[in-house]
Write a protein that binds this ligand. Sequence first.
Ligand code: GDP
Ligand code: MG
Length: 199
Amino acid sequence: MAKPGNKIIQAKLVLLGDMGTGKTSLVLRFVKGQFFNHQEPTIGAAFFTQILSLTEATVKFDIWDTAGQERYHSLAPMYYRGAAAAVVVYDISTKDTFVRAKKWVEELQRQGNLSMVMALVANKSDLESNREVDAEEGEEFAQENGMFYMETSARTADNINELFYEIAKRLAKTCPSKPNAMSLNNEDQGRRRSFCCLG
Ligand SMILES: Nc1nc2c(ncn2[C@@H]2O[C@H](COP(=O)(O)OP(=O)(O)O)[C@@H](O)[C@H]2O)c(=O)[nH]1
Ligand SMILES: [Mg+2]
């Protein structure tokens, strides 16, 4: 629930990364608390919403979960344009997905919004015995590119809420309170909102 008096931030969030890295699974774990061993591949993109309440702000995420296949690549700008946050996902057990993640980051750097909150997510941390990408490699790349790094597992739920909380916290810091931002307990409830970083 939103806390009375705090600011509301509506933030578009996009997930990018190779097919099969667990983007849809991360979102389903966060939004619905579910995980499927045989998650259906995403076609085009899927849309989800979730609200997180922090002490300093209430963040409403509009989440675009993209498909990841090369044939949908030309659609990607539609999803990352105007996004307040981007989550670039790779699978720690497949080196190629890290190579692909770096490409997404380069594309975001070239075309994206400079104030975007960016997370590099090393998913499938439960597959430690099959690890092909060391945490140090991911951390270093994230640091060089102004991103924060997190290892997650959609399967075990490890670090999933932490990931979205960290993004929300950073958004609350970077998105200034608009002068006419509503507070939930005033009479304008629901009519005026502070839109953050949209476009
Ligand atoms: N072991 C493990 N498998 C995962 C994890 N996240 C997703 N998967 C599996 O990886 C496959 C692809 O996941 P999906 O969410 O469809 O990936 P997407 O194409 O990036 O959306 C599915 O079979 C998931 O069950 C994880 O954290 N650990
Ligand atoms: Mg998917």
